[in-house]
Design a protein. Structure first.
Length: 287
């Protein structure tokens, strides 16, 4: 059987008791290591689980999945995922391959916390979130702005938008690849400040008032850990915020932010007075 096991968001102790029991008995244990990363090293997981863990990068999961699924119809294979098993479509694809195998490989998922639910720590109601959006690193020649359309759809309903920020783990250097050499770039993790800056840049082009300087937002970092940090303010303020080490995410607040949400979120404000002024002017009474 293939077990797809959620690890939660922070460290080796976030795994469920049920998940830990499966890991300790499995024939092979893989750790998916590119859609998200834990805040601790693989060695720390191995010490806690009492098992060797095989890192599964993008190439292995997408192009060498047969190696992961080998003998899974007769042996137990644990596939560890940061957050919840089905927060990323990659893991749904792996489960589909099991279903389509001849004979089919039985699967079981063990759920855990993910950013999709942990973001409730900001005080924003999970009931009033719209579509989740990904923000990629911009380059000089590539600045995709399709995310803006999804945010605009959420904004039209007054809903909050969770922005999942880009991470680059084991990415090939394209210039080296063009010369026939495989060299990997240093890992990079987008910050709240970078995301806010890119949103402001796209707003200058679109000019629809969706991601303006006074749009209220909440930046989060390392949710679920003892070093968790939450900062609220305008996008302009967050474009200068330093939330420290990865992983970061950002929430753009919807205009129908309830008074209870405002009261909770303002406790994280960079400048509570400024936050209150913007909320009363642009958000209060829009419910």
């Amino acid at each position: 059987m293939l077990y797809i096991i959620g690890l939660g968001l922070a460290d080796e102790q976030d795994i469920s008791v049920k998940g830990l029991e499966i890991v300790r008995k499995a024939d092979r244990v893989y750790l998916e290591a590119y859609t998200a990363v834990l805040l601790v090293a693989r060695e720390q997981l191995e010490a806690y689980y009492g098992r060797s863990v095989i890192l599964a990068d993008r190439e292995m999961v997408e192009s060498q999945s047969d190696d992961i699924l080998k003998d899974a119809d007769t042996k137990d294979v644990a596939f560890l995922v940061v957050g919840d098993p089905f927060s990323a479509t990659t893991h749904t694809d792996l489960a589909l391959r099991c279903r389509q195998n001849d004979p089919p490989i039985p699967t079981r998922s063990i759920p855990n916390a993910s950013i999709l639910t942990a973001v409730g720590a900001t005080g924003l109601s999970l009931y009033t979130f719209g579509q989740t959006v990904s923000m990629v690193f911009f380059t000089e020649t590539w600045k995709p702005s399709s995310f803006y359309d999804r945010i605009a759809e959420n904004a039209s309903l007054g809903l909050h938008t969770l922005m999942l920020l880009d991470i680059k783990v084991k990415e090939p250097d394209l210039e080296a690849l063009a010369r026939g050499k495989i060299i990997y770039e240093q890992p990079r993790f987008m910050t709240v400040a970078q995301c806010a800056s890119q949103m402001l840049g796209v707003e200058e082009e679109r000019a629809q008032g969706i991601c303006g300087k006074e749009a209220l937002a909440v930046g989060v970092a390392r949710l679920g850990s003892e070093e968790q940090q939450i900062v609220a303010g305008t996008l302009e303020e967050l474009s200068n915020a330093d939330l420290g080490k990865p992983l970061h995410s950002l929430v753009l607040c919807g205009k129908k932010m309830h008074e209870m949400e405002w009261e909770y979120v303002r406790g994280f404000a960079v400048d509570p007075k400024s936050f209150d002024e913007v909320w009363r002017k642009d958000y209060s009474g829009k419910q």
